[in-house]
Design a protein around this ligand. Sequence first.
Ligand SMILES: Cc1cc2nc3c(=O)[nH]c(=O)nc-3n(C[C@H](O)[C@H](O)[C@H](O)COP(=O)(O)O)c2cc1C
Length: 257
Amino acid sequence: MAKNHDVIIDKEKCIGCGLCAKDCVSGAIRVEEGKAVVNTMGCIACGHCEAICPKNAVTITGFHEEPIEFEEQTRLDPETLMKAIQTRRTIRVFKDQEVPKEVVKQIIEAGRLAPTGGNSQDTFYVVLGSKQAELEGLAVKLFQKITQMAKPILRFLKGMNIEEHFFFKKAPLVIVIMGSKVNASLAAENMAFMAEAHGLGVLYSGFFTMCVNQNRKIREIMRLKRGEKAVTTLVMGYPGVKYHRTVRREAAKVRTL
Ligand SMILES: Cc1cc2nc3c(=O)[nH]c(=O)nc-3n(C[C@H](O)[C@H](O)[C@H](O)COP(=O)(O)O)c2cc1C
């Protein structure tokens, strides 16, 4: 069982329908004498048993929030979703306009609710806030050094001007997403969608992410422990540019077996 959590079955409410047992990914629930019985050994505390129970007879303890009841699943309309995907662009020019705290909270909430392998929930977020300029300064110095050395080898670096706003482009909000690769990437894309739904523009900064994983001083300021890995960085703010059409992309490489 995941630490600090327990699965409690309310025997009065349980009707022994077995839906929880059927849906349990770890096979940790069985029905005995018409009631659900939990063996918490393999349980990953994913909450499916609590979510699926038609009688609300299951409770997972130790979380800071209560489940929200819903009648039916909310689905995005595919055409609107496709349009949002087609027309979004990486933004590298931002308006001088703060992002409201409530919006920042909702962006992080969208990350928190992304799925994680084994329900590990190992993703965490560092909002650069008051340290943003100092961290960018350190990253610029580091990058100037690295690129100077690599310029003769890496052609794409030749035209790059590593100036003082190279990483964050004067954006008001930068969040580094920490954890394991797939989980943190899924959280980041949820966050990017939420940011864009709020009218923000987003830049994934692979360059700053590299700096976080390379530079001791940057890690110190971000209060990172040994082994804690930055997976990606979202640079966000209200866009200072407008795009009029989609971009051309390579055809999808699909192998159908
Ligand atoms: C993982 C990842 C890292 C990226 N890192 C940077 C970066 O450090 N600097 C930058 O200007 N753009 C960065 N980008 C943006 C890409 O260059 C951009 O997505 C690509 O050119 C396609 O443009 P579009 O996003 O507008 O469709 C990154 C994108 C991704 C997905």
